[in-house]
Ligand binder design. Structure first.
Ligand SMILES: *Cc1c(COP(=O)(O)O)cnc(C)c1O
Ligand code: SF4
Length: 348
């Protein structure tokens, strides 16, 4: 079932269930812990009220995601993705604020050109969740967001470079835009004749499945460009029946569904959980695409997985799963023209 509010089709986006869900995300550590039946002493938290720098990337998590966490488990893999731990404060060599040097790839506000033939549009500075491992956790969104009137220049910039054949809507989370704005943006892109593909990278269909409105499905189905949607799930436990039900109509509408995850210590760095993730993705119509090594962003060092362990997991996945369920293990290297695949190294 697709959630459909009475306002749908009347051009009133403000009251849709997913937007209300966005307005009631949890931003208070004690509230989150209370819901899960945990106490501060159960977890090593990095928040105190007189801390002024820690608040820039504070706790933020939608309730629908919290509902999939296991009560009483401080080591829950979903909780670990969002809980600010004291370990984030440890400065680590090699971990920096802009590990991918994105500042240098910014062509104009909102337009990133990092890879051949593809441009990323940062269409929204908002994320419904703050993932502690996020490589854009220090990103100066406010300074890089195009104003509404600037989008024509972005379209012109794309149209003026015939080498660009695919546009990737990114963010923040591009699906945090209301359907009407998304429609306007996608119509503008579809009007650029040289474009052959449109892609969205979004965590929202997983976080708040109600975001997949009938109108969203329709606008993607109607788009001249073939559309792919890359969801960002890191653990099978994120993919409950509501997520499966939200993705089904997208798939029927011809949207190619892919997943990318990040390999995270304490979240999914066990062979069983990676296999379960691939199996669950396939069961709900999504192909595993990328498994990223952690970007070396300051504050995320506690998620790093040792190289030998990475290779062991990779070999394990290949040994256990059909090839199409083994995500490509990649690393992003600043200024490299694509993601860099990791060579297969025999374990042991
Ligand atoms: C890697 C990446 C892309 C583009 O990657 P492809 O190699 O073209 O699939 C786009 N968005 C995000 C968030 C990425 O991590
Ligand atoms: S959803 Fe993506 S961009 Fe947003 S905080 Fe999480 S990792 Fe970062």
């Amino acid at each position: 079932m697709i959630a459909r509010s009475p306002a749908d089709g009347q051009g009133k986006d403000a009251g849709e269930p997913w937007q209300r869900a966005l307005q009631t995300v949890i931003g208070d550590v004690d509230e989150l812990l209370a819901i899960l039946g945990l106490a501060r002493r159960d977890v090593d938290i990095d928040i105190d009220d007189d801390d002024d720098d820690g608040q820039a990337f504070a706790l933020r998590v939608p309730r629908a995601f919290v509902a999939r966490m296991q009560p009483g488990r401080a080591d829950d893999p979903l909780l670990r993705q969002v809980l600010p731990l004291r370990a984030e404060r440890l400065p680590l060599p090699g971990f920096s604020c802009d590990p991918l040097a994105e500042a240098q790839a910014m062509r104009q506000p909102g337009l990133l050109h990092k890879f051949h033939g593809r441009v990323l549009l940062l269409v929204s500075g908002h994320c419904p969740i703050h993932c502690r491992y996020c490589f854009r956790r220090h990103f100066p969104y406010a300074a890089t967001q195009p104003a509404r009137g600037d989008w024509q220049r972005v379209f012109d910039g794309i149209a003026g470079d015939p080498s660009i054949s695919e546009v990737i809507l990114s963010g923040g989370d591009p699906l945090s835009l209301p359907d009407r704005q998304l429609q306007w943006l996608i119509d503008g892109l579809a009007a650029i004749p040289q474009l052959r593909r449109l892609r969205l990278h979004s965590r929202l269909p997983v976080l708040i499945p109600q975001r997949v409105t009938a109108r969203l499905v329709q606008l993607l189905a109607d788009c001249r460009l073939p559309v792919s949607l890359v969801i960002h799930a890191n653990h099978a436990q994120e993919l409950d029946e509501a997520v499966a039900a939200a993705l089904a109509p997208l798939r029927r509408a011809g949207v190619t569904l892919l997943n990318q995850s990040v390999l995270l210590a304490g979240v999914n760095d066990r062979l069983d959980s990676l296999c379960a993730l691939s199996e669950r993705l396939y069961a709900i119509g999504v192909l595993p695409y990328y498994l990223h090594l952690l970007d070396r962003v300051a504050g995320a060092g506690h998620f790093a997985v040792a190289d030998e362990r990475v290779h062991e997991l990779h070999a394990g996945l290949l040994a256990r799963l059909p090839g199409y369920l083994v995500p490509r293990l990649v690393r992003e290297v600043a200024q490299a023209p694509s993601k860099v695949p990791l060579p297969l190294v025999a374990a042991g």
